[in-house]
Ligand binder design. Sequence first.
Ligand code: DLZ
Length: 516
Amino acid sequence: MTILIPLLGDQLSHGLAPLRDVDPSDAVVLLMEVGDEATYVRHHKRKIALIFSAMRHFAKELEAKGWRVEYMCIDDPGNSGSFTGEVKRAVERHRPSAIRIVEPGEWRVKTMIDGWSKTFGLPVDVLVDDRFLCGILEFQTWAQARNDLVMEFFYRDMRRKTGLLMESDGQPTGGAWNFDKENRAPPRCGLNYPEPMHFQPDQITEQVLALVEDRYGQHFGRLEKFSLPVTAGQARRALGHFVRTALPDFGTYQDAMVTGQDWLYHSWLSPALNLGLLTPLEVAQAAADAYAAGDVPLNAAEGFIRQIIGWREYVRGYYWLEMPEVGDANALAATRPLPAFYWTGDTDMLCLAEAIRNTRDNAYAHHIQRLMVLGNFAMLAGIRPQDVADWFLIVYADAYEWVELPNVIGMSQHADGGRLATKPYAGGGAYINRMSDHCGGCRYDVKKKVGPDACPFNALYWDFLARHERRFRRNRRMVQIYANWDRMKPDVRDAYRASAADFLAKLEPAEEGWVR
Ligand code: DLZ
């Protein structure tokens, strides 16, 4: 009897659970390009192209390995446009005895799959996604034993579990778990930024690029110079290239921002990793091996490995622990719509314009652009967190809800009331000036505190803290900040608040209709 194995667009791993322990002659693997997934939010054109191209390449690789694959192209006649519709048609074609699928990456898709057994009258076997190092249930057990979800302790457990950067006596390599104090250097003159590995589109990718421009041409973003890896083989080459050329300086400069430099020392591997072209363990192992070989310093290897086996696994656990309620969380009662410039890039604030340009051109921005520029501005300005979350989900090629929502609602917008981060990630112009070269070329003056020429981050920062004083004043990590506020004369405080109000009153909202 035939088993139907639907594979979703971010499940492109040859070692995926339903592809193990099954005789390929007993199974039909179904990959589906469906309109609903491209438009439930209007994803960046480059993201859609990446997923379709990677899916098409993966289907060919499966066929070459002897699997019977059915591939539904977006423009196939009869394509129903949804996962459930395509699985229904496949069930009618093949009359399988069961469906086998890996748990999906979004709550929305999980609720679809939960209905399949009843709809199709078939057993639906939903397998654990063991590409992740920490299972959903394992994280729930970890979380239940604690009052607060401190990532650092979770990360240490993951280090012990994987043995990465661990000594035989159970102690962390180098005598410490974390070397972040060495990882906050601002950029300096004379640094050479290595170019990440770019891949020339092949015929499959060229076809997809034309199709996406034709169907989704009105979506945000650019397709020109598409060069992302679309196969596991390419992704592995990109990983090796990153480890050799950028990882040695990744740690030291991971929070730096430089005008015109879109990657600095970041890996740009997250799109491939989150599609399944790479596994988290092979990525982290490559960094650990480079350290063991003496090719990269410990602060770089440890900082990178923490992102992969610590933060990435932690936010996935948090997502499934807190959904669906966290999707609507708005602890700071932020109601302002997203500003239009998040789509157009049309702002005089150079740090924001640069981050949005990178986002539009590459469906990418690095971590500190996302957190301390785009996210920070949205939180200070009181933008509705669900607008911010949808924007981040749309514009980044690596964004699936399991990873994007905790990062936006929890970490960057503090909309979960501090469940994920004990303090809001708020910063004024001084932070951006310290960590970037943007302010020198900006029409705003970062040294000015208030008025039309002052960097808007300065007044917005103090206005945010004043607006949420009752919530944050007693936060132990913010005592010093409020002591500074208290030391200001009342007219200085009033001037900050008036300057912020002037700026916010002129903020043009994005046109309605793009947000869910
Ligand atoms: C994001 C996306 C897009 C744009 N298109 C498809 C698609 O046509 N077919 C598919 O299988 N997956 C697509 N995806 C990724 C899915 O949205 C993703 O697999 C689910 O949200 C679960 O994480």
